[in-house]
Design a protein around this ligand. Structure first.
Ligand code: FAD
Length: 516
């Protein structure tokens, strides 16, 4: 055997760089289902099922393509339980001359595989992941010499370099963003009116086939105590299904994607979002083909520029940016806790059992589907953890466990950096701190909730609002130094000593579980 090509559960792309020069006469592919990947965090059942089903479908695709495959199933006798241990055992048997792989997405996995290769005395060739527009080197070059990193500047560079949504400017001038502006954020923040979102297109559903049903039974038997549910599992698990989900999104949701991107509504988990993150993170879909499809829809007059630019920014901007942060900051990044948050994650994050309607809705939906949209993650669960002062590593473990699209390179910077400000402002210029009034404005969750977001103390005070003022008091000195927070901190002056004490007392009651 010349090359053993290692393929991980989030590298399910027949055209990945690992396959360049693949010769079925002398090379083979290695894939392994191992328990460690489902248990190093308390992974939700839907997340485990998605990975295993997608891996088994990809194995079929490899066989159909005539690529010899060594595949270990989780339920096989003698499975070694971790990627490194399984690889070590298989190397003894297969005796390849070298290992080849597309660079993995996880720092932890890279270390483990490097160590296994070293111990076996074999070279491990890591190839750039072509799925992404930018290499980690590109990002590092962008970051070099900058005091602060801001997504917006990186995104503009990416638009220019990859010529996405650009057009000719005046003669002799560089190419310009189409529509004359880089960013349509201001058009993309509308709440729904009192009548709600109206008719939302149904979510793309993929009925579990025999492979997925087998995996679901396996997960139910083996991981019965893991969070989440499987009875509504309908995610795309193959390249064909992922392509179908992409086409349906472009046709039915993209035209309305932008306007209500930040809005939430009870009983409406899907809205006009793409629900493509899991398929993209598993590499069932290429980032370029997703962006290209959205841009083509705008060119064809099918979707407005504000929606298309908003969508492209999430992928060409945010997704690439967080990956750059991850790979230039790890491993220290995972340990950061700039605000010295000391508390444990409230237990209801694992059950949804709380009287706060917004959290109940978001967490229940998360456990049912393994999905919540960005503002639910950032401004409901994330905001609560930030204001409460949960240790960022516990928040990180929760997000990595419960979402079907959760892989560390994208989850960690979003959680630790954007949502918890645990990196002290490397990723976001200020903490996303707000009272319950933000949730009232952007959703209907507060109607019928027993808490009132306008009140910070008293029996009906919304815990978000109480904890918001408590957060400002706790971090007053630090936040006052941040020009983008100065106005918010200044409002603290309106609170006299008695009011401050009342906020403190109520915040303590919230944290003790006496309130919610
Ligand atoms: P859409 O809203 O339709 O967006 C389109 C695509 O853009 C997504 O599919 C995704 O690929 C990309 N995208 C959008 N926002 C981001 C972002 N902030 N960072 C990176 N890519 C983005 N996304 C993950 O893929 N995996 C995670 O584990 C993850 N964890 C998160 C944790 C927190 C605390 C927060 C605030 C956000 C997290 N996100 C994560 C980003 C975002 O919430 C999801 O990508 C998005 O909700 C997925 O749903 P969608 O496909 O319908 O996205």
């Amino acid at each position: 055997l010349r090359h053993l090509v290692l393929v991980l559960g989030d590298q399910l792309d027949l055209d990945a760089s690992a396959f360049d020069g693949f010769d079925p006469a002398c090379d083979a592919v290695w894939m392994a289902e191992v328990a460690e990947e489902s248990t190093h965090v308390w992974s939700a059942q839907a997340r485990i099922a998605l990975f295993l089903s997608a891996m088994r479908h990809f194995a079929e695709a490899l066989r159909a393509a005539g690529r010899p495959l060594h595949y270990s199933r989780l339920d096989e006798a003698g499975n070694h339980g971790s990627l490194a241990a399984q690889l070590t055992a298989d190397l003894r048997r297969l005796q390849p001359q070298a290992l080849v792989m597309t660079a993995p997405g996880d720092w932890r996995v890279l270390q483990a595989l490097r160590e296994a290769a070293r111990a076996a005395g074999l070279p491990l060739e890591l190839r750039d992941d072509r799925h992404f527009y930018a290499t980690v080197r590109d990002f590092a070059a962008h970051a070099r010499g900058r005091k602060a990193l801001r997504m917006e500047y990186f995104y503009r560079e990416m638009r220019q370099r990859h010529d996405v949504l650009m057009e000719d400017g005046a003669p002799g001038q560089p190419r310009q963003p189409v529509g004359g502006q880089w960013n349509f954020d201001a058009d993309n923040r509308a709440a729904f009116g009192a009548d709600g979102p109206g008719v939302v297109p149904p979510r793309s559903r993929f009925t579990p086939d025999a492979i997925t049903r087998e995996v679901i039974a396996l997960v139910r038997a083996r991981y019965a105590d893991h969070p989440g549910r499987l009875d509504d599992f309908a995610w795309p698990v193959s390249r064909e299904q992922a392509l179908q989900a992409l086409q349906t999104f472009i046709r039915e949701r993209l035209p309305d994607f932008g306007r209500h991107q930040d809005a939430m509504w009870s009983g409406e988990p899907w809205l006009w979002h793409a629900h493509l993150s899991a398929a993209m993170n598993l590499k069932l879909l290429g980032a370029r083909e997703v962006v290209d499809a959205a841009v083509a829809a705008w060119r064809a007059g099918h979707a407005p520029l504000s929606s298309v630019e908003g969508f492209v920014r999430q992928i060409l901007g945010w997704r690439e940016y967080v990956r750059g942060i991850y790979w230039t900051q790890m491993p220290g990044y995972a340990e950061l806790n700039a605000l010295e948050a000391p508390h444990d994650l409230p237990a209801f994050f694992w059950t949804g059992d709380t009287p706060m309607a917004c959290l109940r809705e978001t967490i229940t939906q998360t456990l049912t589907h393994g999905h919540a949209h960005h503002i639910q993650r950032l401004m409901v669960t994330g905001l609560y953890a930030l204001l409460y002062g949960v240790r960022p590593q516990q928040v990180h473990a929760w997000y990595l466990s419960v979402y079907v699209d959760a892989v560390e390179w994208v989850e960690l910077p979003n959680t630790l950096g954007m949502s918890q400000y645990a990196d002290g402002g490397l990723m976001a210029s200020k903490p996303y701190a707000a009272t319950g009034q933000y949730i009232r404005r952007m959703s209907n969750h507060c109607q019928g909730c027993r808490f009132d977001p306008a009140q910070r103390t008293g029996e009906r005070a919304c815990p978000y609002t109480t904890l918001y003022w408590d957060f400002l008091m706790t971090h007053e000195t630090r936040l006052a130094r941040n020009p983008r927070m100065a106005l918010q901190v200044k409002n603290l002056a309106r609170l006299d000593t008695a009011e401050r004490e009342a906020v403190r007392a109520r915040a303590a009651a919230v944290r003790s579980g006496a309130v919610a």
